[in-house]
Design a binder for this molecule. Structure first.
Ligand code: NAD
Length: 352
């Protein structure tokens, strides 16, 4: 075994069904006197439900969270935070809402209690992506790591089946890249394999029956594990390429991850044999890249970049941008091989 460093992230996790009922006790545990609830516009009603669970700690709901954490929205939320006199933000929703809570914590040091309702995993990471004038920057700082996370399976039951599939694959992608990360370690690898297994076995059941509580529980558990991987070790080709495609062509987040994942895995397969074995075991397939492609196909998700808004003339441009700023990957980044990867993903061919 190679020497390694394991740096445990200190977030407290409460997991189960009906755990929203523990919100007030958890907020009190953090010394809260008043809380500001954050949501997207379409989860404002859920925000009010959360407000009721907070009782006399409830301050207000700010329901303006949007994708990519634009700084002008953060400024508006900062005004609401000051007006409410809140010493806790409760972020209920997916990565967009959680991003806003992190942006407030970075600027003010306010405590965060997060109630995730997708599988994106941001609640487990000390990472914040934010945009200013369309330019996205990423901050890695323990100040943005939430103090407490309450996973309540009941609040994920409403996640539409299509978004459950792509959000679940987005989570799997974190664990996949953790398995071949430069700074990987045996603890995170163990968590990664279990995270992939939990999602790979539950997502097909959710596709068949959206209100399958047991499957929803296993998917949320898997999402937690995969999010922990994302927060703990560095990511590589898959995440960098999805970031490039999302940023340059405005492609949707989890859908882009879903199209690219099998291709990124195929690209790295020869260079990361142990990771490939772990992925194959977790999804019950003989080949990691093709097994992931089949899993996604069975979930009915789009498998071509052309179907999710990528322009055809973007293939060359994306390859240029993706090689412009070098980063670590198990297999060196070669422009022509990367261009072929993007071209295959554009039409939705099997990975090779
Ligand atoms: P999202 O937060 O944008 O949510 C998508 C939509 O689904 C929203 O309208 C939301 O209100 C709705 N929704 C969420 N949960 C629902 C539920 N249970 N029922 C019904 N509707 C629901 O999407 P996401 O994929 O969770 O997050 C994507 C964003 O998060 C991206 O900007 C990405 O960059 C960021 N992200 C950041 C990190 C990090 O570590 N910093 C990690 C993962 C994702």
């Amino acid at each position: 075994m190679q020497p390694f460093i394991f740096d445990a992230l200190p977030t407290r996790v409460v997991f189960g069904s009906g755990t929203l009922s523990q919100l007030k006790a958890e907020a009190t545990r953090l010394g809260t006197t008043r809380a500001l609830i954050l949501t997207t516009p379409n989860q404002a009603t859920t925000g009010m439900q959360v407000g009721e669970a907070l009782g006399d700690l409830f301050g207000a709901v700010f329901s303006g969270a949007v994708m990519h954490t634009p700084t002008h929205v953060t400024e508006e939320a900062l005004v609401a935070l000051r007006q409410t006199g809140a010493d806790l933000v409760v972020s209920i929703g997916g990565g967009s809402t959680i991003g806003l809570g992190k942006a407030l914590a970075l600027r003010t040091g306010v405590n965060q209690l997060v109630i995730p309702t997708t599988y994106a995993g941001s609640e487990m990471t000390p990472i914040l992506g934010q945009t200013d004038d369309g330019l996205k920057t990423t901050v890695r700082n323990l100040a943005v790591l939430p103090e407490t996370v309450i996973y309540d399976v009941d609040l994920t039951m409403s996640l539409p089946t299509a978004l459950s599939a792509t959000s679940g694959i987005n989570a799997i992608a974190h664990a996949v890249e953790a398995l071949y990360a430069k700074d990987r370690n045996p603890i995170i690898s163990m968590i990664a394999e279990e995270g992939i297994r939990s999602l790979a076995t539950s997502l097909p059941s959710i596709r068949a029956k959206s209100y399958d509580q047991d499957a929803r529980k296993r998917a949320l558990y898997g999402a937690w594990l995969c999010g922990y991987c994302l927060g703990s070790v560095g990511m590589a080709l898959h995440h960098k390429l999805c970031h490039t495609l999302g940023g340059s062509f405005g492609l949707p987040h989890s859908e882009t991850h879903t199209v690219i994942l099998p291709h990124a895995v195929a690209y790295n397969s020869q260079a990361a044999p142990e990771a490939m074995s772990a992925i194959s075991r977790a999804i019950g397939a003989s080949d990691a890249a093709n097994g992931l492609y089949d899993l996604i196909s069975g979930l009915g998700a789009d498998q071509a970049l052309s179907l999710i808004g990528m322009p055809e003339d973007g293939i060359e441009r994306a390859a240029d941008i993706a090689v412009a700023s070098p980063y670590w990957n198990p297999r060196p980044i070669e422009r022509e091989a990367l261009r072929d990867l993007i071209a295959r993903a554009y039409v939705g061919k099997r990975p090779s």
